[in-house]
Ligand binder design. Sequence first.
Ligand SMILES: Cc1cc2nc3c(=O)[nH]c(=O)nc-3n(C[C@H](O)[C@H](O)[C@H](O)COP(=O)(O)OP(=O)(O)OC[C@H]3O[C@@H](n4cnc5c(N)ncnc54)[C@H](O)[C@@H]3O)c2cc1C
Length: 521
Amino acid sequence: MLRGEALTGWEKYFTDESRRCGWADALAFPRDAEEVCAVVEEAAGRGWPITVSGGRTGIVAGAVPEGGLVISLERMNRVLGMGRTDDGTVTVRCQAGVTLQELQTALGQGSFADSSDWDEESRRILAQLRHEPCFFPPDPTETSASLGGVVACNASGAHSFGYGPTRNYIQGLSVVLADGGLLQLSRGQVVAGEGGSFARTYDDGQSRRLRPPRYRLPQTKNAAGYFSASRLDLIDLLVGSEGTLGIIAEVELRLRRQPPFSSAAMIFLPAEAAALELVGKLRRSRHETGLVAVEYFDCHSLNFLREHRRQLGATSGVPECLPEVADCALYLDLTAAAEELPRTLETVRREALSEGADPALCWSAHENDERERLRLFRHALPEAINQRIAAVRRRYPEVTKLGTDMAVPDDRLADMVRLYRQSLQRAGLCGLTFGHIGDNHLHVNILPENPEEYQRGRKLYLELAREVVAMGGTPAAEHGIGKLKKDFLELLVGARGLSEMRRVKEFFDPDFRLGQGTLLE
Ligand SMILES: Cc1cc2nc3c(=O)[nH]c(=O)nc-3n(C[C@H](O)[C@H](O)[C@H](O)COP(=O)(O)OP(=O)(O)OC[C@H]3O[C@@H](n4cnc5c(N)ncnc54)[C@H](O)[C@@H]3O)c2cc1C
């Protein structure tokens, strides 16, 4: 464990992609769950708060410490074995510090560096995997994220339209609790029945029960607050708890069979209304078309990309052929069996044409390298926005990115799009609206030019959050609450809901030492 002056030079462990900087008294790099238990016990003895550091790709400052001990899990990077559930689903067991990139690469190659240490059953399943490739569906874009962080944030991304969020893929967890105890859970093992509760015995021999939260969460993609559901599985409560209930040391992930064929398309459209209509049609035919992602670029986003291309040329990642006439665009990812592909593509083509898409202007990508080029194009927008904000920050360091992360139910999508467009206009702010329209989850990126616009943008952000919650939506669909969006939690669940969350927190962490400053005060 590093302490005091020995921490100089290790500052990168005290920040994340929010760019907020924290401080700590000590930094530890355990190698396995037992070592995590030992450092947690030591921290408990010293009364230190504990912050878990995964890949530090979070953008709401959850991994940014406010004193105490930082536990980095980056040395817990072994894949421990494979298994099969009762329903035949292949699972993989990993230490929490394995990154998404490492897992995806190994699954893609059907080969794991650690497999020589695996038991026979794991090696047998791995051999089968070479004939029946599998993948881990959650794809929160930034592949340097750790699996522990992905679980702690219930991460999702473009493909959650087809596959749902991380929670759907968690079969088992090993979690170190605030007192240093190790909790090992398999799905279905600890479930609070209707009106039921979870029980726990503490070090002093006292036993307490926890009634799971009763608040109703939005029926949308959501990463805000502790999960609530009838017949709640304890695993589901821990997933998405942002490092405030326990330290995830190991995960067992459910994998899916790799679809035989994947294809991507970019459909340019003449108007916002046409895009919304097309999204409705695509949603209705989703099972027929094997659609896994539907992403949106509004007119300001396309104009921003055109300008970026004019300034940077080919290095911008934006192709020269980006149509000048299009108002907005939808990006699609489809999967299919080879024999179904022509029918699938024809369905999508017919629906796009019926909304005024010009086939001569649309792009499609079937081969791996073509799909990769399209993927890079999709990522060119957030990267261009980051560059713009970085340029403004050189003059005004107090300005940060203002990107919303809200989702609404299906029937409120058009209202949300209208709300964003009209509110930006009224506030006189430049904003780009893009993202996961299939899940009614669009990011508005407000681009302030100076501190005054930044303050106006922050005010607008809060107003939008209120409106979205009033529509039955969530203010934090995938990035979580962290330390930066705590105001939103009360908006979502009210004062009563907040006190239910505090009860959950007290049950797991009576001294409020885990993830201090994250989620709850
Ligand atoms: C360019 C970019 C794009 C992104 N796109 C998406 C996206 O599409 N979808 C999405 O969901 N997210 C997205 N994110 C956010 C981020 O990548 C995810 O939230 C990711 O899951 C965080 O993982 P991490 O390992 O980096 O966690 P960290 O940032 O290290 O930590 C995040 C939180 O989880 C806690 N934590 C980390 N590890 C553990 C553990 N083992 N046990 C308990 N708590 C832990 C931390 O204390 C903190 O509160 C994006 C980020 C970037 C930079």
